[in-house]
Design a protein around this ligand. Structure first.
Ligand SMILES: Nc1ncnc2c1ncn2[C@@H]1O[C@H](COP(=O)(O)OP(=O)(O)O)[C@@H](O)[C@H]1O
Ligand SMILES: [Mg+2]
Length: 252
C-alpha cells in the first residue's frame, strides 16, 4: 500500500517555439505508507512537475498514479500539498491562514479552531496566532504554511522545497523541527529538496533524479532508526558515506 507512479510521462508544449519539452518519460516511483521519501535532483529536471501531477494540477500524458491501489491521476484533494512558493496570505492572521483548508473543506469552524490552536501550540506558534505574516520570521511563516498543509487532514504530504528560501541556520533548525513533528504524526511524506543533509537526516529513502527527461539514477535506503539524533546522525561515518555518494551523483 502507498503511493505508486507508474510509467508517468509529461511534456509541456511551447506554442511560440512550436516545440515540446519532455519532462517525464515513463517514470516509476514508489512511496510506502508511513515512510519519508526525498527526491533530489538538478534544477529544472521535473520535481515540481511530479508534485503538480500528484496534486492533480497537471494531467499526465500517459501513465498512472495509484494511491492505495486506486488510480487518482487528474483528481485533486488527495494530498496535503505545500507548493514550492507557498505564501501565507498577507491580509490574514496566522490562525486564519492555517484555517483556510478547513474553510475550503467546509469543516465545522469551532472544532477546526480548537484543533488549529492545539497544533499552533505544538508548533511553538501560539503567541503569534493573531500576527500577520509580515510580523513573523521566515521560519515561523514556513511552520505556519506546513501547519496549514497538515490541517488539510490527509495522511500523505507533498512538500516541495519547503525550506529552500531560508538561510542555512534557520533551515537546519526547521529540518530538526520537521523531524520531531514527523516522529509524532508519521505522515507519509514525499519531500523535494536540493539539500543533501536534509535528505539524509529526514528520509527513509532518498531518490536521485537525472536531468530532463528525468529518470531515477539511484535510490538510497537510509537505514537509521527513528527517532533520530540529528547531530550524531549527520556526523556518523555512514551518513558521511551517503553524502559522498550523493555529491558524486549530483555533481559528477
Ligand atoms: N506549466 C509549464 N509550462 C511549460 N513548461 C513548464 C511548466 N512547468 C514547468 N515547465 C518546465 O518544465 C521543466 C521542469 O520544471 P519543474 O518541474 O518546475 O522543475 P524542478 O522543480 O525540478 O526545478 C522546466 O524546464 C520548466 O521550465
Ligand atoms: Mg521545483
Amino acid at each position: 500500500m502507498g503511493l505508486s507512479l507508474k510509467g508517468l510521462s509529461k511534456s509541456y508544449s511551447n506554442i511560440q517555439k512550436n516545440q515540446s519539452l519532455e519532462v517525464l518519460h515513463s517514470l516509476d516511483l514508489d512511496v510506502e505508507t508511513g515512510s519519508f521519501v526525498s527526491l533530489i535532483g538538478p534544477s529544472g529536471c521535473g520535481k515540481s512537475t511530479i508534485c503538480n501531477l500528484l496534486a492533480g494540477i497537471e494531467i499526465p500524458d500517459s501513465g498512472e498514479i495509484l494511491l492505495d491501489g486506486e488510480a487518482i491521476q487528474g483528481t485533486s484533494g488527495n494530498f496535503g500539498y505545500m507548493p514550492q512558493k507557498d505564501l501565507l496570505l498577507p491580509w490574514r492572521t496566522l490562525i486564519d491562514n492555517v484555517l483556510i483548508g478547513c474553510e475550503i473543506l467546509h469543516r465545522e469552524k469551532r472544532k477546526a479552531q480548537v484543533e488549529a490552536k492545539e497544533w499552533l501550540n505544538q508548533f511553538g506558534l501560539s503567541p503569534f496566532s493573531e500576527y500577520y505574516p509580515h510580523q513573523l520570521s521566515g521560519g515561523m511563516r514556513q511552520r505556519g504554511a506546513l501547519l496549514r498543509t497538515i490541517l488539510f487532514g490527509k495522511k500523505t504530504l507533498l512538500l516541495d522545497e519547503p525550506f529552500g528560501a531560508l538561510d542555512a541556520l534557520t533551515r537546519q533548525e526547521m529540518q530538526r523541527w520537521l523531524l520531531s513533528i514527523w516522529n509524532r504524526t508519521r505522515h507519509t511524506v514525499l519531500l523535494i529538496t536540493h539539500d543533501i543533509d536534509e535528505a539524509i537526516l529526514l528520509s527513509d529513502k532518498v531518490i536521485v533524479l537525472s536531468q530532463r527527461p528525468t529518470r531515477i539514477i539511484h535510490e538510497f535506503e537510509i537505514p537509521f532508526p527513528h527517532p533520530r539524533d540529528p547531530d550524531e546522525l549527520l556526523l556518523s561515518s555512514v551518513a558521511l558515506d551517503f553524502k559522498r555518494q550523493l555529491l558524486h551523483l549530483l555533481i559528477p
